[in-house]
Write a protein that binds this ligand. Structure first.
Ligand code: KIV
Ligand code: NA
Length: 264
């Protein structure tokens, strides 16, 4: 079975086929997620919360990311493997390049994701110019939690919405292969998806994006505490983990997830 590539993601956008993505952090779950038919597996720095039990993603290190990416790479067969650049790992183009290289060479990732707006243009250009495919994560950026004072929807007023549009345009022009929009109003996400010419993956960003992603633990209903409102537990009514993961993929492909109540 052929490996999913960036070309496949672009084609899916062009042909209007929804891209289904999920996180995984180890070989066993990466295999289950892959078997369910997702297009992209993200080794997210959400592992700081759902695996390490920390309060945010800020404590996650490059070594943590390499370790988990390497495990996920063992379980993955078909999906494209994307890994997060953790907090402070891309403060300048040179360190970004060095750290992205670790995720690809030691970890086995084919794409890296970084939380950044127009400030990260030089970093994205550097990575892209050296053959590192980049997903730019916009909207709610969890690594900014201490600056934001919490996790909330971004781009609700005219000025921040305009900043988001500008960031999306700028990063796509800088060579980003994918955009990820987290917690932005559905109407704004739809506008950005229409505006850029690269695939857009949403989480808490409505149903008009080219694809969707959720944190594995939310889909399986095992996240400690209250799960985010934009997520959905797919376990009820399904026979085990594999069945629930397939139900998620099917719901994304058929446009049944996210429903209006999962958006803002
Ligand atoms: O770390 C993560 O799991 C993520 C997703 C929520 C997009 O960045
Ligand atoms: Na992340």
């Amino acid at each position: 079975q052929k490996r999913v590539t960036v070309t496949d993601l672009r084609r899916a956008r062009r042909e209007g086929r929804k891209i289904a993505c999920l996180t995984a952090y180890d070989a066993g779950f990466a295999r289950l997620v892959d078997d369910a038919g997702v297009d992209v597996i993200l080794v997210g720095d959400s592992l700081g919360m759902v695996v390490q039990g920390r309060e945010s993603t800020v404590s996650v290190t490059m070594d943590d990311m390499v370790y988990h990416t390497r495990m996920a790479a063992v379980g993955r067969r078909h999906a494209l493997l994307m890994a997060d650049m953790p907090f402070m790992s891309f403060t300048d183009p040179a360190s970004a390049l060095r750290n992205a290289a670790r995720l690809m060479q030691e970890g086995g990732a084919e794409m890296v994701k970084l939380e950044g707006g127009a400030d990260q243009v030089a970093v994205v250009e550097q990575l892209s110019g050296h053959g590192v495919p980049v997903c730019a994560h916009l909207g709610l950026r969890p690594q900014f939690v201490h600056k934001l004072g919490g996790y909330r929807v971004q781009g609700r007023d005219a000025a921040t919405a305009e900043a988001l549009r500008r960031d999306a345009r700028t990063l796509a022009a800088a060579g980003a292969e994918l955009l990820l929009l987290e917690c932005v109003p559905a109407s704004l996400a739809a506008e950005i998806t229409e505006m850029v010419d690269i695939p857009v993956i949403g989480i808490g960003a409505g149903s008009a994006c080219d694809g969707q992603i959720l944190v594995l633990h939310d889909v399986l209903g095992i996240t400690p505490g209250t799960p985010p409102r934009f997520s959905r537990n797919f376990m009820p009514g399904h026979e085990g983990v594999g069945d629930a993961l397939r139900a998620y993929v099917e719901a994304v492909r058929e446009g049944r997830f996210p429903a209006p109540e999962h958006g803002f």
